[in-house]
Design a binder for this molecule. Structure first.
Ligand SMILES: [Zn+2]
Length: 374
């Protein structure tokens, strides 16, 4: 979902990252505040003052989103949900979870923490702006007041019950608690999320027709993004339900293509790589798994040496990155594929090669199951 990300700093052990798309939002916010918003609500200052106010407002938006996501992350971690850090991007921020919440209660507490933090920050900023109005320069008071409202709006928008917004997560937690099924709860709340996405898209089109180009495009893309997110969140839950608890050995193919360590690299290329198109080959001698050879390793050897050198010369030990135990959970195999980007894993038990499991096999099983059960 993200492009290039920059690491900024860590708070409470959570890494704060910025996606390149955030700079678009930062620019749009600064520009809108400096040329439209602040001149309208607080007339009489110079153009430079408005630009300074705009930049301060954008920094304030950044801080507000970080604190909102930090509240999610801290409460999530206290509720045994592993966190991967916080990323800011064009539509705000996201506290990335390493796994689904273990219970409806945990999800409720995690989801509510962000909006509660935003309401508190908004209230405090508003009070500070009122209390300091007589002593600090007027532009600063205006920025503080703006940030106060911004936090309240942030809380209100996130409380819309459209999954995966916070309000949608709260709705899902409530349905999960009542119906006892995470899948049904996710289904309903992601349908609401998708409907809200459609509403935003309609608003975007209306804005475009009304001549408001930037807000129009922004609403349109945000709506599309929310719809896609709602759909993929539901599929994620279906996938988890289908695969969790199933051993890897159920999906693996036995008798995988293997190579002997005695063959030359030229044979490896001609007889295996060009025929099977795999990127990784298990090296097996006398029924024993002795290592792994990859196309990447092969690429580092000059072509002239392919005839003389043997697979055994360049093969390395198979690693945890490309191997999974036969009795491991199929969902764990899928996670490993996602984390490493490799779509084929070797299945082993006690040092022998049992077979190979591929992403394609897992997804085929999944789509058959969805087709049969829906
Ligand atoms: Zn939130």
């Amino acid at each position: 979902m993200f492009g290039k990300r920059y690491r900024l700093f860590s708070v409470y052990g959570f890494e704060i990252r910025i996606d390149a798309s955030w700079f678009v939002l930062a620019f749009l916010v600064t520009w809108t505040l400096a040329t439209g918003f602040f001149p309208a609500i607080a007339p009489g200052f110079s153009r430079n003052t408005y630009w300074v106010m705009g930049v301060l407002g954008a920094f304030g938006l950044f801080g507000s989103i970080v604190l909102h996501e930090l509240a999610h992350a801290i409460v999530a971690q206290r509720n045994d949900i592993p966190m991967k850090g916080i990323t800011l991007f064009i539509f705000g921020g996201v506290a990335e979870m390493g796994a689904d919440p273990p219970s409806a209660g945990a999800e409720l507490r995690m989801a509510a923490a962000g909006p509660i933090a935003s309401v508190l920050i908004g209230g405090i900023l508003y009070l500070v702006s009122a209390a300091t109005a007589a002593v600090v320069p007027a532009p600063v008071v205006e920025v503080l007041r703006y940030l106060g409202w911004l936090n309240l709006i942030l809380a209100a928008f996130n409380m819309i019950p459209a999954f995966p917004l916070d309000g949608g997560r709260i709705l899902r937690a409530y349905l999960w608690h009542r119906r006892g099924s995470l899948r049904k709860a996710t289904y309903t709340s992601s349908r609401v999320g998708a409907a809200f996405g459609l509403l935003l898209m309609a608003l975007g089109i209306a804005s475009l027709l009304g001549g408001m180009l930037v807000p129009g495009i922004w609403y349109l893309v945000l709506g599309m993004f929310l719809r896609a997110l709602a759909r993929s969140s539901y599929q994620q839950v279906l996938l988890k339900e289908a695969l969790e608890g199933e051993p890897v050995s159920r999906f693996m193919k036995r008798d995988p293509v293997t190579v002997a360590s005695s063959i030359s690299l030229r044979e490896l290329v001609e007889e295996y790589v060009y025929r099977h198109h795999h990127k990784l080959y298990p090296v097996v001698d006398d029924g024993e798994l002795v290592g792994c050879v990859t196309v990447r390793q092969l690429r580092e050897i000059p072509r002239e040496q392919w005839e003389q050198r043997r697979v055994g010369d360049i093969a390395a030990g198979c690693t945890l990155q490309n191997t999974v135990a036969a009795d491991a959970d199929a969902m764990d195999a899928l996670k490993l594929m996602r984390n490493t980007g490799s779509s084929r894993l070797l299945v082993t038990s006690n040092g022998t090669l049992d077979g190979v499991i591929t992403l394609k096999d897992l997804l085929e099983f999944f789509s058959l199951r969805v087709e049969l059960e829906s």
